[in-house]
Design a binder for this molecule. Sequence first.
Ligand code: TRP
Length: 448
Amino acid sequence: MNKNRFTRLGFILAAAGSAVGLGNIWKFPYITGENGGGVFVMVYLLTVIFIGMSIFIAEVVLGSRVNKDSVSTVETLAPKSKKYWRYTGFTFLIGVIILSFYAIVVGWILNYIVIAATALPSSVSEAETVFLGLLKEDIVSQLIYYTLGFLIIAYTISKGIKKGIERLNNVLMPALLIILLCMFFYSMTLDGFHQAVEFMFYPNFEKFHASSIIIAVGHAFFTLSLGMATIITYSASLGKDVNIVKASISIVTLDTLIAIVSGLIIFAIVYSAGQEPSKGPGLVFITLPAIFYEMGSIGNLMAIAFFIALAFASITSSVSILEPTVMYLVERRKMSRTKATYGVSAFFYLLGVFALLSNTNEFSSALTFGSKNLFDWLDFVTAAILLPIGGIFVALFVGYIMDKNVVREALIPFMGEKFFAIWLFLIKYVAPLAIIIVMLNETGILKF
Ligand code: TRP
């Protein structure tokens, strides 16, 4: 096997590193809070199992059949219509766009490690002032930490799959797991823990709406890193002998467990402080820091550990968002890895600077178009439109265009006829339909 490819464990850690990110620790807890807890968690689990997992497996099938960059992969697997498939390169644009706002959040997190270590805000209102001050006024700090995050990401990618990405994940992923486990055990000792368990697993239909289902589908997608060739690209390292079904199940399970454990930790802390869980996106940057302060020195430690965990999770994800484009440029355009990395990074870095400025008071009016500023547009266009298109494409390509025998050969040995039939049904009908409904809703064409 090529020297610059993951080992089997390296693949699992890197793919899990990609999947486990801001989606799990930041977003999942607050959307669970906003959508009523238990029922939402149930629906989310169903969407992960039936839609997320089936597309995840499809992406791994694609990547592991050809062992090349994602565009060459689809070209090789559908030779008759080869000339059209180069346009699948549009997925690279998605990566650049996602990273330009994702890396800004990485910057906030790095800044919050310092805040956690030096001066936690002493009340929720002070925490709000600190966060909004950073977001809306403090361009310099945001740029410094954003640049720092960007350099870590680009440096890792420039070192390649083995020496860069695999090494990074081999260190950061176990560290992340240890930090989260320690925090989890501690949170079990808090008064609010049983309320957190009840909130996350007891069905409460009050805040649950049809739109919650849509949010669950969209999130299942984002959290598993689907729809933009990330998983295809990482799976290009896998030999045909690897049990891709087992590997996919482990990665998806780990991602789901981490989301649930993060939710329990955060809600146990929130309940113990006598607060309510439905706090929206500010949960991590406003509510939690204030609670950590109240907890005294253990809170300080928890805050540092928590933001370090978030940093680790988001950096390993960022790396995976950039790699598909870089791998394409290296393999297809014969660019050197260093050149490809810094070229692509410069592009996303600049776009990100504009996105960052669009949140600030000084530049927001110049960078707001219609109802949203640039930062929100980038988030919206990728999550609501581009990633779903990428996902539908994977489902249709594997379900209808690829040679049936190749798909069967890839999966039958690892899942048997019965599960294969179920998976194929999900890929051909259920997943595309569900994603189309999500898209129509998110873009406002059809409102639930
Ligand atoms: N899954 C990551 C998270 O939960 C984000 C991410 C990484 C991603 N790579 C991706 C999302 C590719 C969509 C596509 O934070």
